[in-house]
Design a binder for this molecule. Structure first.
Ligand SMILES: Nc1ncnc2c1ncn2[C@@H]1O[C@H](COP(=O)(O)OP(=O)(O)OP(=O)(O)O)[C@@H](O)[C@H]1O
Ligand SMILES: Nc1ncnc2c1ncn2[C@@H]1O[C@H](COP(=O)(O)OP(=O)(O)OP(=O)(O)O)[C@@H](O)[C@H]1O
Ligand SMILES: [Mg+2]
Ligand SMILES: [Mg+2]
Lengths: 268, 268
């Protein structure tokens, strides 16, 4: 059954999208079948995989608003083993119109459970469409704690919280841990979380201090792997490729690969 | 009458909050009376001016939801001439509940026009409370294009769009210009805009290329002043002071000061 990971943080610009696309590339290199889902109206994940959000036909909007199946709007990317559910401007009104539906928080969870979880076994023996088997599903969230991110948290096995080692980002961890408690009590008791320190500049005293404070406060809740500042990540975004497939020997590609290994060990 | 500036960009982490607090500090140094308004549930502007969002009594939530006046929830900061309307966790539900009100897009504009604009003249001669006269009002927006940011755009004379010279940020300019067109046709025909290049690292080829592309595409619509990467800005956030009052001779303090001069010349 796919292991579902939400990548979220209310703080903007902490490398949520960069982490989804890079981690997905690294997981594929470890023979994992991966589906990434772009839940952000900005559609940066769609862009980071070389697609033009203005030209996609089916998207996550259809799943959230028109009961489309995830498989019907997913498509291949340039990377074998990596599929994408894109986003587009239709998501602009999601925060406003999603909450009017009954059990709106569970729409994504039901779409995931209904489709992908069953695709493994074939109980009835009936002729089923050739189902795709994913090992991991990664959800890229917008920088907010609204209805869309709530859907992702209700659907996830694990929440990864990318965090820049800076003051505003560290402060956002307070909100994130409160939200996790609420999601656990209402929708998803099994939700686990891990903090990922990103864009780390070891020459910067503030970065070293804040990273130490985060580890002191959260202990096991922080990945061992730290992602350093690496301008090659900016370049790979322009190329429409994960860093692992654009500059595979770069420092950040190797760091996201270490993260993938740490994650696979954690999941097993 | 106060000149109202919204600082907004759907892209997260582009120095919206840092620009509001730094520009406000620079304007105060030019004998301008300034009110800054925190419209973000993250409450980073409130934090950046040394206040704990968890302990504020009145906030922008009261203005948007309970018809409180801006002046009733504004307060002094450590900086003479700089007042703050803080934010708090109450703003978490704003995107969901604001749109149910009639003319929700104009709530902030009416609060600004109703109070601050009249505070100059005193037509009826009646005994009015000692009004405060602001030269500038700066609105710090969350990283989204929802109901809260719409309120700010409907109320503003000028929209400043902080932009990192990177791929995802540059892509966000497409959405921003579409939104400006909509706001002009429906709520605020006079809305002007200026792009501010932030966090610029001149050693980085991508930064130089993207900055050139933005200037080529937007010409006059881009401030001359560019804000470079400067770790002292991170330090001033921790201190709860604008960079102009924490490290007044730093490169970024001087750059935000140049920006303030460019802005004052533009307004006159
Ligand atoms: N380790 C890194 N080193 C250098 N640049 C990075 C790194 N990680 C991300 N970036 C760049 O920083 C910017 C912010 O990253 P990204 O857009 O992935 O963050 P985000 O959290 O998804 O933002 P948003 O809140 O807008 O969704 C991007 O321009 C990205 O290319
Ligand atoms: N010129 C700069 N040089 C170095 N660091 C900066 C600069 N400007 C801002 N920062 C830092 O970058 C981070 C992002 O800035 P900031 O939080 O102001 O952006 P924002 O657009 O308000 O983010 P959000 O979208 O979450 O509201 C902060 O940690 C801030 O201290
Ligand atoms: Mg993103
Ligand atoms: Mg901000």
């Amino acid at each position: 059954r796919p292991y579902v990971i939400a990548v979220a943080n209310q703080k903007g610009g902490v490398a949520k999208t960069t982490s989804v696309v890079s981690l997905a590339g690294a997981l594929v290199n470890h023979e994992q079948e991966v589906l990434v889902v772009d839940l952000d109206a900005q559609a940066n994940l769609t862009l980071a995989l070389g697609k033009d959000p203005g030209r996609v036909r089916g998207s996550i909007t259809d799943v959230l608003f028109n009961s489309a199946t995830l498989l019907s709007v997913s498509r291949e990317t340039n990377i074998p083993g990596l599929d994408l559910v894109p986003s587009n401007a239709g998501m602009d009104v999601a925060e406003r119109f999603l909450p009017v539906r009954q059990d709106y928080e569970l729409i994504l969870r039901r779409a995931l459970l209904g489709e992908l979880r069953q695709s493994g076994a074939n109980p009835g023996g009936a002729l089923r469409p050739p189902t795709i088997h994913y090992d991991f599903v990664l959800l890229d969230c917008p920088p907010s704690m609204g209805a869309v991110t709530l859907n992702a948290l209700a659907a996830a096995d694990l929440l990864i919280i990318p965090t820049q080692p800076e003051y505003f980002s560290a402060f956002a961890l307070r909100t994130m841990t409160q939200t996790i408690r609420q999601v656990r009590s209402r929708y998803n008791p099994e939700l686990a979380y891990r903090i990922l320190i990103t864009m780390f500049d070891r020459r910067n005293r503030i970065h070293r201090d804040v990273a130490d404070q985060i580890r002191a406060a959260f202990g096991e809740g922080v990945f061992e792997t730290v992602i350093a500042v690496d301008t090659k990540l900016r370049e790979s975004a322009v190329e429409g490729l994960p860093i692992t497939h654009h500059k595979s020997q770069s420092r950040s590609a190797l760091q996201y690969d270490t993260l993938a290994q740490e994650l696979i060990a954690y999941v097993q």
